[in-house]
Ligand binder design. Structure first.
Ligand SMILES: [Ca+2]
Ligand SMILES: [Ca+2]
Ligand SMILES: [Ca+2]
Length: 856
């Protein structure tokens, strides 16, 4: 069994239907459903009971390239097991390999066919991928009007990728020959000269030649005409038969830990028309119905807060009328405490929902929820449920993310001192990876390749990767300062020694950990302002093959200053001839600079009395940089996209922090000048900032702000109806837990100032969502917080299928058109599972806010 199935009844066991009804149901409805071929539904994908086939409802994008969320995809008994069905140019495509563009897509319900035209512009290569239901499955064919280009012969193939964690511990048959899906990659591979390699993103290479001539490709682990995958498992069984050419089964993990099992047929060459064709038949279980997901808070509930279980149901499921809250008594007996109506909510995305409200139960104790025969894990109702939920984030997640430090925990070293060779000015005119780019100016006082002094200090690894991102640092520092100023948490469970670059987890040193983290962020940001005069876009590897590093952060670079007089891999013990020192990218955007200025001003307040010299320097740097930025001609505020959302409030946020730090009239006036137009433009984005200024402003300010809060409250009503969870669920390519936390935090500030307008329930609802009351499954999105939580995630230890305690993942990604997903057995989808520092900091704030509001 996989983790996904733990605690759930086997999906194919019929539930609580009288024998007669069941028999007739199987004869009529289910037998019919089983025989019914795949048909195109009104959401433009192929559907039959237990099976969906998506054909480029999701496309590859140019930002992160292959995210394993595009192409022909199979949702098999509710689980997206296959992705990347397309013409691909390598046996086991990696994230930064060439991706096809969709030049055309035709959905034809008349002929029950979906056809996409795929284009590789760099090769002038077009092909058509045609999906047509056939028998119990479908045919997948590739057609070309012109022969495959000569340089892609033997390279272009029809690929389909299967999620390893859904197939390992299972077997396959290839033309009757048995095999077991490898639990861990074990070859075979072959070494090829670089001339054979298809150009990757912007000419970068994911492969480190490391002084040797050849790169590596995966060879098939099996090949033949007919492949039966997991024939022993009715939920996973798929048959693929090639109608032209051999099928190959490959293991992409031999090249990259995030690779999938790939089934592939090379396209026929020097010919036109059909150049590859498969018959694919995923087995379906008659009358299959997805097991309900009972969404609830894995961390439990404060007695006085609302307690809503949101139950997610298959569209074919018939809801039970009630759900029960069962108390686990001190004598061990299980006693039904309350039977709540399972109130139909309706449809959201592809599922139906019912909501059971247990709010009236306020007695402290241990409970679980029973719905039909299904029982959830146990959870507490107690006055102290929020006391400790943020500790793993502050005690473990943040220390593990600390750059330029050695981080120890008990017998375990998380990583050694990293990136002592930071950093050099990035080259000009470069489209880099991870969203970095350089134009014609460095925007710093340094020449390309020149060393920028003082940067090997402080800072955190941005996320599951190891770069230092300016923007997320600013948000993190500002958020940690907000926590310090609002709640003054004195918690001290971490020793931080900046002089020795040493961190010891679970070891007191007499200093509040929040302040030590603020100091660590401020040290890096102050270094940037000291040597460059602005917040940098980031500090990141120059080479793609170092950027995707998995392992100890201290081995990402050699920690030695680059010296071009030495040969690559040569060292005198202090310098080395390997040009691996990280690059500094700076842009000229005032918006990111303002966010850095605001964070420095905030840090200066928190650090006063803790590190006075750093506090004073942070404020001086912030004021100087603000004056410089204001003296520059202001570019037009971006009107669309991410920059518009943050750009337009960036200066306001900086001024709010400077005003709070200095009380100077200059900043008070500027704040008044900016805040009202910003509220008129986008109140939802501005209200949190505006409310945070209330203690600094006069009472007339709070009165003037009130109508905006009233309007927000009205708009909230509509938002709360958009999904059964009653929180804003984002639909972008990076899942939206951060927005949920931000929304609940705004509600906290508004509740503090206008308790008659915004209730406490809108603060805890955000946490209920994070802790398990959400679509797809019911694990807590904070690793090691709540009874069951994310046990694999996209931290920098993801190759070990592990987690970092206290890390908060992005959450539920809504794949078009209607599939909410958060993989719980496969850590490698960053949009679902990547911990990021700023969401960690904002989570610490929200958890403290809930604790303060509800009290003991
Ligand atoms: Ca990054
Ligand atoms: Ca401490
Ligand atoms: Ca180096």
């Amino acid at each position: 069994m996989t983790r996904h199935d733990i605690g759930r009844a086997p999906a194919w066991r019929p539930r609580v239907l009288p024998a007669l009804t069941l028999a007739s149901a199987l004869c009529a409805t289910d037998a019919f459903a089983q025989d019914r071929p795949l048909t195109i539904n009104d959401r433009q994908y192929f559907e039959k009971r237990g099976l969906n086939v998506l054909v480029f409802t999701n496309e590859y994008n140019g930002m992160f390239f292959d995210e394993k969320t595009a192409g022909v995809e199979i949702i098999h008994h509710g689980v997206r097991t296959a992705t990347g069905g397309a013409v691909r140019l390598s046996p086991t495509p990696e994230q930064w390999d060439q991706i096809p563009k969709v030049a055309d897509r035709k959905v034809d319900p008349q002929s029950n066919t979906i056809e996409v035209t795929l284009r590789y512009e760099a090769f002038g290569f077009d092909s058509r991928l045609v999906v047509t239901p056939d028998g119990a499955g479908f045919n997948l064919a590739v057609l070309v009007d012109k022969p495959v280009p000569a340089d892609l012969e033997g390279r272009a193939g029809l690929n389909l990728e299967f999620r390893p964690s859904r197939y390992w511990e299972r077997t396959y048959l290839v033309d009757g020959r048995p095999g077991t899906f490898p639990r861990y990659p074990a070859g075979p591979t072959t070494s090829l000269p670089p001339g054979k390699k298809i150009r990757q993103f912007e000419g970068y290479s994911t492969f480190d030649l490391h002084g040797h001539p050849d790169y590596v490709e995966a060879l098939p682990i099996a090949s033949g005409q007919t492949l039966l995958m997991a024939p022993e498992d009715p939920e996973r069984f798929v048959t693929i038969r090639s109608l032209s050419g051999d099928l190959q089964l490959l293991d992409g993990r031999n090249l990259a830990q995030n690779g999938w099992f790939v089934v592939r047929t090379l396209l026929a060459t020097k010919t036109t028309g059909k150049v590859a064709e498969w018959h694919v038949e995923p087995h379906t279980i008659p009358g299959w119905t997805r097991t309900p997901v009972i969404g609830f808070s894995q961390a439990g509930y404060h007695p006085s807060q609302p307690k809503r279980a949101v139950i997610e149901l298959d569209a074919n499921d018939t809801p039970f009328p009630t759900a029960s809250l069962i108390e686990i008594r001190p004598d061990g007996r299980h006693v039904e405490k309350m039977k709540a109506e399972a109130r139909p909510w309706g449809r959201y995305l592809r599922y139906n929902y019912v909501v059971a409200d247990f709010s009236s139960v306020e007695d402290p104790g241990l409970y679980f929820i029973q719905y039909g025969a299904q029982k959830t894990g146990a959870f507490p109702i107690a006055t102290d449920v929020y006391d400790r939920v943020w500790h793993p984030t502050l005690d473990v997640f943040f220390p593990v993310q600390m750059d330029h430090m050695f981080v120890n925990e008990g017998y375990r070293v998380w990583h050694g001192v990293a990136h002592l060779d930071d950093a050099v000015q990035a080259p000009l005119n470069r489209q880099h990876f991870d969203g970095y780019r350089a134009g014609a100016e460095t925007n710093t006082p340094y020449k390309p390749g020149e060393r920028i002094p003082g940067l090997a200090v402080g800072g955190w690894f941005d996320a599951g990767d190891f770069d230092i991102q300016g923007g997320s640092h600013a948000m993190t520092v500002s958020s940690l300062v907000a926590t310090w100023e609002a709640f003054r948490p004195q918690r001290d469970q971490t020793l931080v020694d900046q002089g020795l670059r040493f961190v010891d987890i679970h070891r007191q040193d007499g200093k509040p950990d929040v302040l030590q983290q603020i100091e660590h962020g401020a040290l890096q940001m102050a270094a940037q302002y000291r040597s460059i005069g602005r917040l940098v876009r980031g500090i990141v590897d120059g080479e793609l093959h170092r950027y995707h590093h998995l392992g100890d952060a201290s081995t990402q670079t050699d920690n030695l200053i680059y010296d071009p007089s030495l040969k690559p891999y040569e060292s005198d013990g202090r310098r080395s001839g390997t040009p691996d020192d990280r690059w500094v990218f700076a842009d000229s955007s005032p918006f990111s600079n303002y966010s850095g200025i605001g964070a420095l001003a905030a840090a200066s307040r928190a650090l006063r009395g803790f590190n006075d010299s750093l506090a004073a320097e942070c404020l001086a740097l912030a004021k100087k940089a603000y004056a410089e930025e204001r003296a520059r001609p202001a570019p037009a505020a971006p009107q669309t996209g991410f920059a518009a959302m943050f750009g337009q409030t960036a200066e306001l946020a900086a001024v709010m922090q400077l005003m709070t730090a200095t009380k100077e009239q200059l900043f008070l006036d500027r704040f008044n000048e900016l805040v009202w137009p910003a509220l008129d433009r986008n109140a939802a984005m501005t209200l949190q900032l505006a409310a945070r200024a209330i203690p600094v402003m006069d009472s007339a300010y709070a009165t003037k702000l009130r109508p905006y809060v009233e309007k927000y409250k009205t708009e909230l009503g509509g938002m709360l109806q958009q999904n059964p969870y009653g929180v804003p669920i984002g639909t972008r390519g990076w899942a939206g837990n951060s927005q949920v936390i931000g929304w609940a935090t705004t509600n906290y500030y508004l509740h503090k100032a206008y308790p008659d307008l915004v209730g406490k329930g809108l603060v805890t609802r955000g946490l209920d969502y994070i802790f398990g009351t959400h679509p797809a499954h019911n694990y807590s999105f904070v690793s090691a917080v709540g009874n069951r939580s994310k046990r694999v995630a996209y931290g920098n230890n993801r190759a070990d299928f592990a987690f970092i305690p206290g890390g908060v993942v992005p959450g539920v990604l809504v794949l078009k058109p209607d599939y909410p997903e958060n993989m719980d057995d496969w850590p490698f989808l960053w949009g679902e599972n990547e911990y990021v520092i700023d969401i960690g900091a904002s989570y610490v704030f929200l958890a403290n806010a809930a604790q303060e509001l509800l009290g003991k």
